[in-house]
Design a protein around this ligand. Structure first.
Ligand SMILES: NC(=O)c1ccc[n+]([C@@H]2O[C@H](COP(=O)([O-])OP(=O)(O)OC[C@H]3O[C@@H](n4cnc5c(N)ncnc54)[C@H](OP(=O)(O)O)[C@@H]3O)[C@@H](O)[C@H]2O)c1
Length: 262
C-alpha cells in the first residue's frame, strides 16, 4: 500500500478482529501508523500490542459506534495527526426479525452505524483528505445491499445507502485526488459470524477480504469481494423487472429458513 499517497496514519473503524485486524496487520507491515477502534478492549489491546511489538505506532479507542458523539470521541485521538486512509469496516448484523416487531433501538443502531456513522466519518476525514488532495477511503458494505430481504430490512437498506453513497463520494472525491472504494463484502469467516454459530468453513477468509480491499482501493467505486460467484449474486439481485419474483428467488432468506435448509 502506497504510504506516500495514503499515509502516514490509517484509521480503521472496527479494527480489532476479523478483516479489520487483517487490514491493520497489512498496513502496519507497509509502514503505516494506526488508529484502531472497536468496543471490546481485549482484542483491541492484544492487536495493538502485537503491532507495537513489530515497531508500529498504534493508538486505540474503545467506543460504540451507536453513540451519537462517537466521531467526537475518535477525533480526540486523531485531531493532531494526518489520517490519509479511512477504513470503515464495522457494521455486521446480529439481530434478525420483522422490522415492525424489532425494538427501535436495534434497527436505529444499524442506521446509526452504517448510515450516520459512515457519512459522518467520511465527511470529516474525507474532507481533510480532499483539502490535502490525497488519501483514500474504504467503506465496507454487503452483498445484501442489492436487494431488500425479510428479517433484514434496516440492514439491507442501510447497506444500500452505503453503496450508493460511496458511488457518489467516489465521483466527488476523485476530483480532489482522493480514492473512495465501497468494499462489498460477501460471506466472510469473521469472529462475529462464528459467534452467531454460522458454519464459516466455506466463507472467504478475513485476510483475503482485506487484501482485496487494499489491492482495489483505486478501482472504485464498488468492488465486490469473494470472486465471480458474488458478482453473479449481485447481478441477480440488481434486476429492475420482475422484482417480486427476484426477491422470492434471490433475497437472503430469514435465518430460520436458512437453518431449515441446512
Ligand atoms: N462477515 C460476513 O459474512 C459479512 C457479510 C457481509 C457483509 N459484512 C460486512 O463486513 C463488515 C465486518 O463484519 P464482521 O463480520 O467483521 O463483524 P462486525 O460486528 O462488523 O465486527 C467488525 C469490527 O467492528 C467492531 N464493531 C462491531 N460493532 C461495533 C460497534 N457498535 N461499535 C464499534 N465497533 C464495532 C468489532 O469489534 P467489537 O465487537 O469489539 O466492537 C470488530 O472490530 C460489516 O460492515 C459487515 O456488514 C460481513
Amino acid at each position: 500500500m502506497d504510504l506516500a499517497k495514503y499515509g502516514p496514519w490509517a484509521l480503521i473503524v472496527g479494527g480489532s478482529e476479523g478483516a479489520g485486524a487483517a487490514f491493520a496487520r497489512k498496513l502496519a507491515s507497509d509502514g503505516f501508523k494506526l488508529v484502531l477502534t472497536a468496543r471490546k478492549t481485549g482484542p483491541l489491546e492484544d492487536l495493538a500490542a502485537e503491532l507495537r511489538g513489530q515497531g508500529a505506532e498504534v493508538r486505540t479507542l474503545s467506543a460504540d459506534l451507536k453513540q451519537l458523539d462517537v466521531l467526537d470521541q475518535v477525533r480526540k485521538i486523531t485531531d493532531d495527526i494526518e489520517v490519509g486512509l479511512l477504513v470503515f469496516h464495522a457494521g455486521a448484523n446480529d439481530t434478525r426479525g420483522n422490522f415492525v416487531e424489532l425494538p427501535r433501538e436495534v434497527t436505529q443502531g444499524v442506521i446509526q452505524i452504517t448510515v450516520v456513522g459512515q457519512s459522518d466519518f467520511a465527511r470529516h476525514y474525507g474532507g481533510l483528505m480532499c483539502q490535502r488532495r490525497r488519501g483514500g477511503m474504504i467503506l465496507c458494505g454487503s452483498l445484501s445491499s442489492y436487494m431488500g430481504a425479510a428479517s433484514l430490512a434496516a440492514y439491507t437498506a442501510a447497506k444500500a445507502y452505503s453503496r450508493i453513497f460511496s458511488e457518489a463520494l467516489w465521483s466527488e472525491c476523485g476530483a480532489f485526488g482522493v480514492d473512495v472504494l465501497h468494499l462489498n463484502v460477501g460471506f466472510t469467516g469473521t469472529p462475529a459470524m462464528a459467534r452467531l454459530g454460522m458454519d464459516i468453513s466455506q466463507a472467504q477468509s478475513p485476510d483475503d477480504l482485506a487484501q482485496e480491499g487494499l489491492d482495489n482501493i483505486a478501482n472504485g467505486p464498488v468492488w465486490i469481494a469473494g470472486g465471480e460467484a458474488n458478482w453473479e449474486r449481485a447481478r441477480q439481485r440488481s434486476v429492475i423487472d420482475n422484482r417480486r419474483e427476484a426477491i422470492e428467488k434471490f433475497a437472503t432468506p430469514p435465518r430460520d429458513v436458512m437453518e431449515e435448509k441446512e
